[in-house]
Structure formats: structure tokens, C-alpha cells
Ligand binder design. Structure first.
Ligand code: ADP
Length: 421
């Protein structure tokens, strides 16, 4: 293992893993800190759920992940957080970065959430989302991590005792050598964490090159764009075209949808226009009807034709159900039902699963007891195919595409399945 990564949430981990694969690194995402030894891969991304937990817990889990990655021989470490720098004055970006630096015996790292392709750029230390500042992007109203200040030097300084500095665009644009000198100068001034400006992919490549050999890098998935080249330059990576290669997966396919986002509603409607759908009614679930079993019987009757089993509903229907059952109870009923359907489908031979919804995906992965996913080719930005080696009970591999609600084109479900044909 060359690069050991710690991500503060599941879909963020997938995003980072996809970026590393794009750079030619064979990458595996794990769910939590694994028990055993590392899979054969150039990079491993340990996904935690530490974005909004108390800082002490986030530190503890991140250090456990670091220890495991160190034991597996990783040469460099990456702490991944959201490109909108989701955090509060209590953490968790600063405290986790501090703890990782101390554990590595290091005194300097960068902090760069920039991802210009996705509209996240940093200039003079200020984070922009599209054409506006972070604190005018809607993120100022986030229920858990309201971002009311776009000046990342200030934001991070409130979270850490280490001095926070800035590597400005003027330096970044002049290339990796000049930037490396700037890092050394900042470090000599006593800076422990440096926010780094970046407004396009060329900047990210410079930053990546300047971070060669730095024990810990922290940032969004954008910064990972420039890291694989450092390992490739040392002749440590194989054929870059092979990094996203998946084994041929034989067996039927199915789609499960538990997201009620606008994008997913359009995707379900697009599929339903020409293909079979089973609709899950949360009120039937609440009434104790065996909905999951009915869905499985129906799926079996489709004789191998790819099916969609969906709880996806329009906002007014979701509101009606939630008013009757409560938001949490409705969510859990649907998640549990889809998880049971996923288990039943895989038990009956399904080997390709597309899942829509972040929480829904989490429930499905848990129900299938999947601990590791090898990251394959990208279907749409931020959503790759992944393979759970031995994910089925008979030891055969399982292909999974886990889509967070708002991702993917309207024909996403059919497009994803077509990629495996
Ligand atoms: P997204 O990625 O779009 O946020 P999630 O799966 O994370 O999707 O969240 C959607 C939540 O809505 C889940 O908890 C799911 O169980 C719940 N849900 C799905 N369908 C319905 C429905 N028809 N009525 C109420 N809640 C639903």
C-alpha cells in the first residue's frame, strides 16, 4: 500500500477513491477500520462516520484507522473531508489533523478542500462555491455544520492550537518547486497547517507534486488528483489503464431506490417508462404487511429481467407519510425493507446491484455485511462501480453502484447496468 486514506464519511470516501483510480492507483474502500490485513491495492480509503461526531470520538477513530494503515505499510497518509470544509469551531477537521500529525511525528501539513471541477475554489484563503463565497452558498444554513465564514485560515485557526498559514495563489501558480519552498518557509515560521489556494486542476497538480513525501496531506478529493503522479514518477504504479479494471460479473441485476431527491425521482420515472418496477408503500410496511417478501416474489417472477424496487416518492407523498409515521420511523421502515430485499435478491442470485440514496446505501452495505469495496470505473461523476470480492454467500463477487441522492444523469440506472454488459 502506498497511500493510506482516512475519510470522514462514506460517500466522501467513494469520491476520493474514484479520484485515485482516475490517477491510476488501484484503490479499495473499507467500511470502518478493517480487522485483517490490507487487500492488494495501491491505496486504501478507510471510511469513517466522523464528520459530526464529538471531536474526541473522531480523533479516536481516525487514530485507529491510522494505526491500521501504518501497520499495512502505507508510505503517505491522507485525511479527507468535505470540499465545503464541513466543520464547527469544535472540529472535526482541526482536531483530527492535529492528532494525525502528532501521531506521525510530523509538524506540517496542508489543508486544501478545493475541487474546482465541482465549483469549489480557494483564493486568498477564501472558499468559493460556484461564483459566491462559502458563507453565501446555503452552507451557512447547514443543520449540523453551518459555515458562516469563508476565510478558511480563520475557520481552521478556531479549531487548532497549531498556527494556520496560507500559501497564496501567486505561489501555487508558479509551480511545485516554488510552492515547496513556500511550505518550507511557512514551516520555519512555525505554521503547522497551511490553507492552499487553488482555482483549477493545474493548481491541484502543482499542489500534489509539492506534497510528494509529505507524511500527511489533508483536503478534499480534489487534492488527490495530483498525488498518484508522485508514485508513478517513482515507478511504483502499474499500467494506469488497469486501475479501474473490474472482474467480469455474471448474474442478474437489480436496482433499489430509497432516495426521494429530485434527481432520483427523475431516474425512477425514466426507468419506469420502459422497465418493471415494484413500488414499496411505507404505509403498508407500517401496517405490518410482508412487503419485502412480496417484492422478492415479484422480482423472481420477472425471470432474470433487471428490476427496480423503489420507495422513491414525490415530496408531497413523502410529507404525507412522514406526517403519519414520523420522519425517522418512516425512514427506518423503508431502509430496513430495502436492506431485506437486497439480502433476498443476493441470496437468490443477483450479482449486480445499483442503490440510490446515501442512507439507503449504508443500510444495504450493512445488511450484506460488506467490509471492503474495490473501486472500478466511473459511471457518472462521483459514482463508480465497486466490487465486493466474495460479497455473495457463495463467495462470488458482487458489483455495487452506490449513488447518493442527487448524483447521476436521468438514465443513470440503465446506463450503470449497460456498463457491465
Ligand atoms: P438521499 O441520498 O437522497 O438523501 P437517503 O437514502 O440518504 O437518500 O435518504 C432517504 C431517506 O428517505 C431514507 O431514510 C429512506 O428510507 C427514506 N424514504 C424513502 N422513501 C420514502 C417514502 N416514500 N416516504 C418516507 N421516507 C422515505
Amino acid at each position: 500500500m502506498l497511500l493510506g486514506c482516512i475519510a470522514d464519511d462514506f460517500t466522501g470516501a467513494t469520491d476520493l477513491a474514484g479520484m485515485l483510480v482516475r490517477g491510476g492507483m488501484r484503490t479499495v474502500q473499507t467500511i470502518g477500520v478493517p480487522q485483517g490485513t490490507a487487500p492488494d491495492a495501491d491505496a486504501v480509503v478507510v471510511s469513517l462516520k466522523s464528520r459530526t461526531t464529538p471531536a474526541a470520538q473522531a480523533i479516536e477513530e481516525s487514530l485507529a484507522a491510522l494505526r491500521w494503515l501504518q501497520a499495512q505499510g502505507a508510505r503517505q497518509f491522507f485525511f479527507k473531508y468535505c470540499s465545503t470544509f464541513d466543520s464547527t469551531d469544535a472540529g472535526n477537521i482541526g482536531p483530527v489533523a492535529d492528532a494525525l500529525l502528532s501521531a506521525l511525528g510530523s509538524d506540517f501539513s496542508i489543508a486544501c478542500p478545493a475541487f474546482p471541477e465541482n465549483g469549489r475554489s480557494i483564493f486568498r484563503g477564501h472558499l468559493f462555491v460556484g461564483d459566491g463565497l462559502l458563507n453565501e452558498s446555503g452552507m451557512e444554513n447547514h443543520p449540523l455544520t453551518p459555515m458562516k465564514d469563508a476565510n478558511l485560515v480563520r475557520v481552521l485557526q478556531r479549531q487548532t492550537k497549531r498556527r494556520v498559514g496560507l500559501a497564496r495563489y501567486d505561489t501555487v501558480a508558479r509551480g511545485a518547486d516554488v510552492l515547496r519552498e513556500r511550505f518550507a518557509a511557512l514551516r520555519a515560521e512555525g505554521v503547522g497547517l497551511a490553507i492552499v489556494d487553488a482555482v483549477d486542476n493545474r493548481d491541484l497538480m502543482h499542489i500534489g507534486a509539492a506534497c510528494a513525501g509529505m507524511p500527511l496531506v489533508t483536503g478534499g478529493s480534489g487534492v488527490a488528483l495530483g498525488l498518484p503522479a508522485n508514485f508513478a514518477a517513482q515507478g511504483l504504479l502499474g499500467d494506469p489503464g488497469q486501475a479501474a479494471r473490474m472482474p467480469a460479473i455474471a448474474g442478474p441485476a437489480a436496482v433499489l431506490s430509497g432516495s426521494c431527491s429530485r434527481a432520483t425521482n427523475a431516474q425512477v420515472a425514466d426507468w419506469a417508462a420502459t422497465r418493471p418496477v415494484f413500488r414499496i408503500d411505507p404505509l403498508a410496511l407500517a401496517a405490518g404487511q410482508p412487503v419485502a417478501r412480496q417484492a422478492l416474489d415479484w422480482a423472481r417472477a420477472q425471470a432474470g429481467v433487471p428490476v427496480l424496487i423503489s420507495a422513491t416518492s414525490a415530496p408531497e407523498d413523502v410529507a404525507r407519510v412522514q406526517a403519519q409515521l414520523g420522519v425517522t420511523a418512516a425512514g427506518e421502515l423503508v431502509e430496513n425493507a430495502l436492506a431485506e430485499v437486497a439480502r433476498g435478491l443476493v441470496a437468490s442470485g443477483v450479482r449486480k446491484l445499483v442503490v440510490a440514496g446515501g442512507e439507503t446505501s449504508g443500510a444495504v452495505v450493512k445488511a450484506l455485511a460488506i467490509e471492503q469495496l474495490r473501486v472500478g470505473p466511473q459511471i457518472d461523476p462521483g459514482v463508480p462501480w465497486m466490487v465486493a470480492d466474495g460479497g455473495a454467500a457463495d463467495g462470488s463477487p458482487l458489483a455495487l453502484a452506490l449513488k447518493s441522492g442527487n448524483f447521476g444523469s436521468t438514465d443513470f440506472f440503465a446506463k450503470a447496468l449497460a456498463m457491465l454488459d
